[in-house]
Ligand binder design. Structure first.
Ligand code: AMP
Ligand code: ZN
Length: 493
């Protein structure tokens, strides 16, 4: 019996504003779409936090036995400065400043993004589609919206008619905003826009002669509006009705609100059953953001080469720090917070290492079954990782008591304890025990163990090309892997 049969998850659905019992559309299967990065610069740790929240959610679903199709896109076109309909394309601007091709910018920062995710031990999504690879789908979607009377063409650009759409009071359904308030708060720049109303948003923009990233369409040589790509790619790969759409809290409006509007206008329904929003990472009290300059990049935090933190922190310590907060809470990144996380992480790893040295007894003074259930209950309650971590520390306390002889545990219970810790610490939270490596006791073993784990994950994901590559390249470096019943071991020559 799969674990999902006995674990009922509750998810906070932004659309209803309530925690709801999660029931996938098709039993045992989950379709999840998460808005990916705009690849015009290095990702900062705020971006990492949002993707890490969904990585943890993806990991837990997989652990419960669900077959998950996780789609996370790459925005490589159409995202203009200030998330607006006017101004320069973020990627084109960077390309112009550096006098290189926009696609060189896209390639450079996509590679950076992937390197960062690998450093933080992310699982790859099932599909990672790009906006530029789905221009045809976006054009078709615009045509549907025009045909249904919810968009108009002006000077080669196409705009979504928010007022027409809102006749059924649907605009604002996700973000809980009211169109009247938006009208009140929008400054109108007379004659500067082709839009009938300033609240309308672009589905297709005619490209200025200087705009390099352009595609032919029935309306003009141009490029799609930013909100459109996610509507096109989510429904292409997950169908007209899918389980989960996620992203950072800042995307709720206008991005996700506009996605719903586009879908309803084109196909008559919001395709998303549960809308999930991960909360923001702050740096010293205000939101981390490229545009305000209040940010820190992963490389700077890892190396300690920055003006904000006293030293560098390992990827697992940073991951542990993030997992100590609920994905729904704002989290402030501080030196003190990271130092405390480092202490906690090391205590957890020390206890895990003790597990192999413990002596067992006939009886147990710790109710392992009840404790294990509490770990699941925490995760089932809208992925409450801070509560899960509190339970993990209950076991740390107990392991230390076992070591000093003030508690006892049966052999069967020790097995459950070990398995459960391994599930939640490594599989679900995605932490890696790099302590040995960091302390210099056995750097090679630590590094090879990381590769063995990556290879294991690649196999789970059926990425046999990657798993073979890891094995073959290690062999070339003189390290031979042996797969056995107890897992993978290695020898060096
Ligand atoms: P972008 O590349 O700007 O489209 O952002 C990529 C993802 O990072 C989006 O899901 C954003 O919501 C998210 N994001 C941006 N800033 C932060 C932050 N300070 N904290 C958490 N997530 C963020
Ligand atoms: Zn999106």
């Amino acid at each position: 019996m799969p674990l999902y049969d006995t674990n009922s998850i509750k998810i906070y659905n932004t659309l209803s504003g309530e925690k709801e019992v999660f029931e996938p559309i098709t039993k045992g299967h989950i379709g999840m779409y998460v808005c990916g990065p705009t690849v015009y610069s290095n990702v900062h740790l705020g971006n990492v936090r949002t993707f890490m929240s969904f990585d943890m959610i993806f990991r837990y679903f997989k652990h419960l036995g669900y077959k998950v199709r996780y789609v996370r896109n790459i925005t490589d076109a159409g995202h203009l400065e200030n998330d607006d309909d006017v101004g320069e394309d973020k990627i084109t601007k960077k390309a112009r400043l550096e006098a290189i091709e926009p696609m060189e910018i896209v390639q450079r920062y996509t590679v950076d993004f992937h390197n960062v995710l690998r450093t933080f031990n992310f699982l790859p999504p099932s599909i990672e589609p790009t906006a530029t690879g789905h221009i045809i789908e976006q054009i078709e979607l615009i045509q549907d919206i025009i045909d249904n009377g919810f968009a108009y063409i002006k000077n080669g650009s196409v705009y979504f008619d928010v007022h027409k759409y809102n006749t059924s009071n649907e605009y604002g359904i996700l973000s809980k905003r009211k169109l009247e308030d938006l009208i009140h708060n929008t400054r109108t720049l007379d004659g500067q826009s082709d839009k009938i109303n300033p609240q309308d948003f672009a589905l297709w923009k005619k490209a200025e002669p200087s705009h390099i990233m352009r595609w032919p369409s029935p309306w003009s040589d141009g490029f799609p509006g930013w909100h459109l790509e996610c509507t096109a790619m989510s429904t292409k790969y997950l169908g007209d009705f899918f389980d989960i759409h996620g992203g950072g809290m800042d995307l709720k409006f206008p991005h996700h609100e506009c996605e719903i509007a586009q879908n309803k206008a084109a196909k008559g329904q919001d395709p998303v059953k549960y809308w999930m929003h991960a909360n923001m990472l702050e740096l010293n009290g205000s939101r981390m953001s490229k545009s305000t300059g209040n940010y820190i990049n992963p490389a700077e935090l890892l190396s300690g080469k920055n003006d904000i933190m006293s030293k560098g922190y390992s990827p697992s310590v940073i991951r542990f720090f993030m997992m100590q907060a609920s994905y729904k809470s704002v989290l402030d990144l501080t030196d003190e917070g990271l130092q405390a996380a480092e202490k906690g992480f090391n205590r957890l790893m020390d206890a895990i290492e003790l597990l192999d040295t413990l002596k067992t007894d006939n009886t147990s003074t710790f109710n392992v079954i009840e404790w294990k259930q509490k770990c699941y209950a925490a995760m089932n309650d809208d992925f409450n990782t801070p509560i899960l971590i509190a339970h993990l520390f209950e076991s740390v306390k107990f392991i230390n008591q076992l070591k000093d002889g003030s508690a006892t545990l049966s052999t069967d219970d020790l097995k459950i304890l070990k398995e459960t810790i391994s599930v939640f610490v490594f599989e679900v939270l995605g932490l890696v025990n790099v302590k040995k490596e960091a302390s210099g006791i056995d750097k090679l073993t630590g590094a090879v163990e990381i590769l063995i784990n990556l290879r294991k994950e690649a196999r789970v994901n059926k990425d046999f090309a990657l798993s073979d590559k890891i094995r073959d390249e290690l062999l070339e470096a003189g390290i031979q892997l042996q797969d056995g019943k107890e897992g993978t071991t290695f020898t060096t020559n």
